[in-house]
Design a binder for this molecule. Structure first.
Ligand SMILES: [Zn+2]
Length: 82
């Protein structure tokens, strides 16, 4: 049981480390969702870039993949006020 946990925990950490390297060190990080969204708006990339709060560094990053996506309804209500 403990062996199982440790083994899987090791795999998870390894995966997380790679993920952190890819998502945190190579990306801009923002203190708040508002800051991240403002940056998207500045680049005129609303609807193409999305924000998500990083679970590793707790900052906000930008992603091209809509985190809430499934078939994405094109309603960017939030962006209209920026
Ligand atoms: Zn991060």
């Amino acid at each position: 049981m403990m062996d199982w946990w440790l083994r899987n925990r090791g795999d998870l950490d390894d995966y997380v480390d790679r993920d952190v390297e890819r998502s945190c060190t190579s990306k801009a990080a923002y203190d708040s969702e508002a800051a991240a969204r403002a940056n998207i708006a500045m680049q005129r990339l609303s609807g193409k870039l999305f924000t998500y709060q990083c679970r590793y560094c707790a900052s906000w990053h930008l992603t091209r993949r809509d985190p809430s996506a499934a078939p994405a309804p094109q309603t960017d209500d939030d962006d209209e006020t920026i």
